[in-house]
Design a protein around this ligand. Structure first.
Ligand SMILES: [Mn+2]
Length: 272
């Protein structure tokens, strides 16, 4: 039995199908996804349909773009500039696809691995990760989920403190799991820089280099940071290789770290 983890897909269905074909999956294999299934690429609708239809066990955590889509629904808006998302909002099976999406976790902990979209706050231990992920999942899966998500947008929660309450707490948890890249030396989040660490010279610290961030038993699997690209380390794997910019989609097989890559060819991704 093997587990494969796939980075950010961003609606690139042809690339996804071709990569999954290439994996030659067996019945007991598992396929994990780092999130950001939607936005930018041509067919987020078919990406969700495809993952839903797979006959093996799949795990998919939510990314910031997936939450953006849920927010559009929550605000009853069709006002996306993204052609693929617009089409999804008109799809006959829209409700089924959205219900599937909002039942995905923010963090998945299994054995020696933690799967998240963006990262984990350096001070969070494994029980905290499970608990905080569950707090948001409970809200997204309840009947009032649309009101919940339309209330919690914005950059404003840049500070984490375990005593945070209400919307500030929810925003902070979501920002950390799905949007974080850099921390200030104080431990506050910074959303101003998306570049890779080598290309900026401020005192911002990639979250995984922050003191204590990697002092854990589990290996962290994440996407989200396309300028970082593929990084394979004992402590973590970074898997967003720029599918959403027309570059590559990557999978890694856990255990032996074998890497599988497809270049985005048949999916037309608009220049950003
Ligand atoms: Mn992302």
């Amino acid at each position: 039995m093997a587990t494969y983890v796939i980075g950010d897909i961003h609606g690139c269905i042809e690339t996804l199908v071709s990569l999954v074909d290439h994996l030659d999956l067996k019945k007991n294999d598992e396929l994990w996804f780092c999130g950001d299934l939607v936005n930018r690429g041509p067919s987020p609708t078919n990406c969700i349909r495809f993952i839903k239809s797979l006959k093996i066990k799949t795990v998919c955590v939510l990314g910031n773009h997936d939450l953006y889509l849920l927010r559009l629904i929550g605000e009853n808006s069709r006002n996306s500039r993204d052609v693929g998302i617009k089409a999804l909002l008109e799809a006959p099976d829209k409700n089924e696809l959205i219900d599937w999406l909002r039942h995905r976790p923010l963090a998945h902990v299994s054995g020696k691995y933690i799967l998240v979209h963006a990262g984990i706050y350096p001070t969070w231990d494994i029980n905290t990760i499970k608990k905080l992920s569950r707090e948001i999942e409970t809200e997204l899966q309840c009947e009032n989920w649309q009101r919940f998500i339309s209330n919690l947008w914005g950059n404003c929660s840049k500070v984490w403190h375990s005593e945070l309450k209400g919307e500030d707490r929810n925003r902070a948890i979501i920002n950390i799991f799905t949007r974080m890249r850099y921390l200030k030396p104080s431990g506050d989040l910074d959303f101003s820089v998306k570049d890779a660490p080598s290309s900026q010279n401020s005192d911002l610290i990639p979250w995984f280099n922050f003191k204590g961030a990697l002092k854990r038993e589990e290996r962290i699997l994440f996407g989200h940071w396309s300028s970082l690209g593929l990084i394979i380390r004992k402590e973590f794997v970074s898997l967003d290789t720029g599918c959403g910019r027309g570059e590559l989609l990557t999978a890694i097989r856990l255990g032996d770290n074998r890497v599988y890559t497809k270049r985005v060819i048949d999916d037309i991704v608009p220049a950003s």
